[in-house]
Ligand binder design. Sequence first.
Ligand code: 5GP
Ligand code: ZN
Length: 145
Amino acid sequence: MTDPGCIFCGIAAGTAPAHRIAEDDRVVAFLDLFPAAEGHTLIIPRVHAENLYEAGEEDLAAVAVWSRRIAHAIRRALAPDGLGVFQLNGSAAGQTVFHYHMHLIPRRAGTPLALHGRRRGEEAELASVAERIRKVLARETPASA
Ligand code: 5GP
Ligand code: ZN
């Protein structure tokens, strides 16, 4: 269920800090600490699974549902021009944390595509953007939820 050496298991358990966006009994969503763009969010199953091959179907379904909910909230809160939603499997694909996670990366037209950020986000900025997304989530249920 939990890998003691895994940072995302620590975040799911609440023993490692993160700017949390949403959670339920299966899934936790939080901001990426090295954002590729403002609002870069990760969604993980609570149960440790390394990648798409290992994760359970119900956990994958829950991540998909939360991807859509948080996509709506990011669109409303931050008004990006687009939103990248993707995940990576294996270091050859660019995966760096080996606990399955979905990336949601707001995109601005004309900026270069980047899978990963280069610098750690400022705590105050992360706290502020997390609050903006959480506020929208709290007041809105997406259409045909
Ligand atoms: P991957 O390359 O595995 O698809 O993405 C891993 C992501 O996790 C990267 O975007 C990286 O910035 C982020 N990350 C790595 N360590 C931490 C951490 O301790 N906390 C948070 N919130 N994000 C992390
Ligand atoms: Zn884990």
